[in-house]
Write a protein that binds this ligand. Structure first.
Ligand code: B16
Ligand code: MG
Length: 213
């Protein structure tokens, strides 16, 4: 096996919560009268909630205190968490579910590496609570992607060195975090155009061949 472990990003890789993030940030931007585009949203992928808020506030004509910023982030998160209640096990695609099972059968250790503090909730909603060998998320890190901390923690939890693990990401910041941590990286969706990704996946099941080397 080329890799002993695979570390998956959550939003945009294992499931599609990215549209819920977009709608919640858009609602906040509209409430504040700040323009907010899909391009702004793309820059928020993989980065923490507070850093995402800073991206949204770049176009604000006024500044906000730290306490106000916390309230704005809480407002967005309430909207986002409300929309997560719509998620069910049907939001985990059959392809992702069966690929994960086949990777495990090959003896590869599987982990999550996500910037999201809502990771435990999302994993419960899509029926993956307790499935992974390790979960490293926004609740256990001080630096979010593109810093490699979340992936380095995941690898340490698996008991593996970064060079033995593959990171699967949909965000530019996530590919950069993987590269900075010394991991090989596989890009899906939005990140496929990142020049530093080792693999650009055409579908999730491509991982089965990549893992073999
Ligand atoms: P939360 P990932 C990231 O998750 C999202 O891509 C990013 O848009 C979000 O701001 C971040 O989680 C924090 O999420 O507000 O739920 O803590 O892609 O790293 O799985
Ligand atoms: Mg992501």
């Amino acid at each position: 096996m080329k890799y002993r472990g695979i570390i998956f990003d959550l939003d945009g890789v294992l499931c599609s919560t990215d549209e819920y993030h977009y709608r919640a940030w858009l609602a906040l931007a509209q409430k504040l009268g700040i323009p907010f585009s899909r391009e702004d949203n793309a820059r928020q992928r993989g980065v923490s909630r507070m850093e995402s808020l800073e991206i949204l506030l770049e176009k604000s004509p006024r500044s906000y205190t730290d306490a106000e910023k916390q309230e704005l982030a809480d407002y967005k998160n309430r909207l986002y968490v409300q929309s997560l209640q719509n998620m069910t096990e049907a939001d985990l695609s059959e392809e992702v579910r069966s690929t994960l099972k086949q990777l495990r059968k090959k003896g590869i250790l599987l982990a999550v590496g996500s910037s999201s503090k809502n990771t435990p909730l999302i994993l419960r909603r899509i029926g993956l609570a307790g499935f992974f060998d390790a979960v490293s998320d926004g609740n256990g890190i001080t630096h979010s992607k593109p810093h490699p901390e979340v992936f380095l923690k995941a690898a340490a939890m698996l008991g593996l060195a970064p060079q033995d693990c593959l990171v699967v990401e949909d965000a530019y910041s996530g590919i950069e975090a993987g590269v900075a941590g010394g991991f090989d990286t596989a890009a899906v969706g939005f990140a496929r155009s990142h020049p530093k990704a080792d693999y650009a996946l055409t579908c999730f099941a491509d991982l089965l061949q990549i893992a073999e080397g």
